[in-house]
Structures are given as C-alpha cells and as structure tokens.
Design a binder for this molecule. Structure first.
Ligand code: FES
Length: 146
C-alpha cells in the first residue's frame, strides 16, 4: 500500500522534534481523524530556513509527509518553501494512497501556518501566503464522504 520512501520516512522520520524560540510555529489539525501537526521553522535574516522540525500526533502517512516536507523546506528561502505543496511532498514520496492524500495537506498547511506566524512576528508579508486554517476541513460541509 505504501511506497518504500513512505515507509522509510515513517520508520526513520527526519527532523522530528521542536525548536526553542523558533522564528515561526504552525499548528494544523484535522478534527475528523484527530491528527495534529506542528512545524517549527528557524529562519535567518536572509529568509533562509536554517532549521525545520516537526511534531505530529497522527497516522503513519502524516509522519512520513511531515518528515519529507521538513526535508524539502530545510535550507530553502521562504519563497521556495512556499512552493512545497502537498503535491510536491507526495511526489517526493513516490505517491500516497488516495485515502491518505489529506495527510499530506496537513503538512502543506502546517508549513504555511509556520510561515504566517513568522511573517506576523516580523511584520512582513509573504507573497502568495494566505491566512492558514487551523483545521484542514474548516469551512467545509460536514456531510461529505467520511
Ligand atoms: Fe488523517 Fe492521516 S492525517 S489519516
């Protein structure tokens, strides 16, 4: 069901943990499956993310996507970090089963939430960044496929 890369990142998650006094912290949840993902980013004066860490209380796919997402963002400029979409994370993992696609959305939203927090603290605006949701199902109707 899972690709070798997903299994690898699930079994050996990269960048797990937290950053004290992080430049930006973003937390996103999914009330429907009860997952919570938090991303910490340490961003320098040039806008480069020097360090990225995550904590995920969630399923294996959520752990693997957070791990891969932090790898993709680390060392990149915030403009590049903005391009780390859930699609990019899924591609880097060689795909996810359809029922697990929402887990990767959590990673994208958590990065955006951390960037939003950073921008607010700095008093800057990041091109293309919108106020993140605290739950990926926010604003949706309740009677969907679940
Ligand atoms: Fe909901 Fe993975 S985040 S099942």
């Amino acid at each position: 069901m899972y690709t070798a890369k997903v299994m690898d990142h699930f079994e050996h998650p990269r960048n797990m943990g937290e950053i004290e006094n992080a430049s930006g912290v973003g937390t996103v949840g999914n009330a429907k499956c009860g997952e919570i993902m938090r991303i910490y980013m340490d961003i320098d004066d040039e806008g480069i993310s020097r360090d990225v860490k995550f904590k995920t209380f969630g399923c294996g796919a959520a752990v693997a996507t957070s791990s891969m997402a932090t790898e993709l963002v680390k060392g990149k400029h915030i403009e590049e970090a903005m391009k780390v979409t859930n699609k990019a994370v899924m591609e880097a993992l060689d795909g996810l089963p359809p029922v697990k696609v929402h887990c990767s959305l959590l990673a994208e939203e958590a990065i955006h939430a951390a960037l939003w927090d950073y921008a607010e603290k700095k008093g800057i605006k990041i091109e293309g960044l919108e106020k993140p949701k605290s739950d990926i199902h926010e604003g949706e109707e309740d009677d969907d496929e679940y």
